[in-house]
Ligand binder design. Structure first.
Ligand code: NAD
Length: 293
């Protein structure tokens, strides 16, 4: 029988520490602040935004949303983004992606202050994650998977780990984080020759492909740790992951559900990044001590 890796339990464990850290910053006169930049109103974005706002509120982080029209021009988007980026009262910026229509995220990645880049999209942060430099911000979802593995005491050193997906948001940065902790990582993708064998041979299997139920029982090794990052809607219109949960749980030692798994940890990691950014914010140095009695 497998142990369920519950995102809510991981988020709860992170909450107390976050509240303490936010309180300490407030006592120094610093109010940590996140701005979510959203162009358009995709249902996925709105759902993520709701979860993020709720989490920020819970731990005392101010959260604002820059709501931009779906048909905004590239020039106007860059101007709005630049205003948020240059606001000294803002410590973290989350740009909801993908952007609508023909809007290009490239200039925004280049423009964002790496210190405010709490979802790790700037070239500086990408390079740091790939270099194993912990000063950088990794994308929140990739770090949420690590948080989950740590919380459940999963040993990574020398473990054969298959990551399915090679995107810059999940698969690649996650593979770097796993490798930094000495896992032996295989990155699988659409051109992987024998996906079943790669998965079956893994001690730790992480699915981030975005294909409902693609990980079947026969693909999981006996006793494997299975983490499901996928968020999909199945034929019945229900939210589900990439793993056929009911079948794979019979073989897995640990398994994360969808919903209720990694997704529930992502916004806590986001909050932690905002706190880290606020704590090291140079523009805030004049505020330090202004609340002291
Ligand atoms: P993406 O589409 O950018 O990348 C998917 C990757 O999976 C690609 O590298 C592709 O090569 C690989 N892939 C797709 N089908 C495959 C197959 N049949 N066999 C092998 N490899 C295959 O997606 P993404 O942005 O990396 O997101 C992946 C999933 O994670 C999506 O379901 C997304 O909704 C979800 N997601 C979850 C969170 C969270 O907080 N839990 C956050 C971001 C993304």
């Amino acid at each position: 029988m497998s142990i369920e890796m519950r995102g809510a339990d991981v988020a709860k464990a992170m909450k107390e520490e976050l509240i303490r850290e936010v309180d300490a910053l407030k006592a120094e006169g610093i109010q940590p602040c996140l701005v979510i930049v959203r162009a358009g109103a995709r249902p996925d974005d709105l759902a993520y935004e709701r979860g993020a706002r709720k989490r920020m509120e819970l731990v005392g982080i101010e959260c604002r949303v820059a709501k931009l029209p779906e048909n905004i021009s590239q020039k106007e988007l860059e101007r709005e983004f630049s205003d948020v980026n240059e606001d000294p009262g803002v410590h973290g910026i989350l740009l909801l992606r993908p952007l609508p229509g023909n809007l290009d995220v490239g200039p925004l990645k280049a423009m964002i202050d790496p210190m405010k880049d709490v979802d790790g999209m700037s070239p500086e942060n990408v390079a740091k994650v790939f270099a194993g430099d912990e000063d950088g911000f990794a994308p929140c979802t990739a770090e949420a998977v690590m948080e989950m593995l740590h919380h459940y005491g999963i040993s990574l050193k020398g473990q054969k780990t298959a990551v399915i997906g090679r995107s810059m948001v999940v698969g690649r940065p996650l593979s770097m984080l796993l490798m930094k902790e000495h896992a032996t990582v295989t990155i699988c993708h659409t051109r992987t020759a024998d996906l079943k064998e790669e998965c079956k041979g893994a001690d730790i299997l992480i699915a981030a492909a975005g294909k409902a139920g693609m990980i079947t029982e026969e693909m999981a090794g006996e006793g494997a740790v299975v983490v499901d990052v996928g968020i999909n809607v199945n034929e019945e219109g229900k939210l589900c992951g990439d793993v056929d949960y009911d079948a794979v749980m019979k073989k897995a030692s640990y398994i994360s559900p969808v919903p209720g798994g990694v997704g529930s940890v992502t916004s806590s990691v986001l909050a932690r990044h905002v706190v880290r950014s606020a704590a090291s914010c140079n523009a805030c140095s004049h505020l330090r001590g202004s609340n002291a009695e």
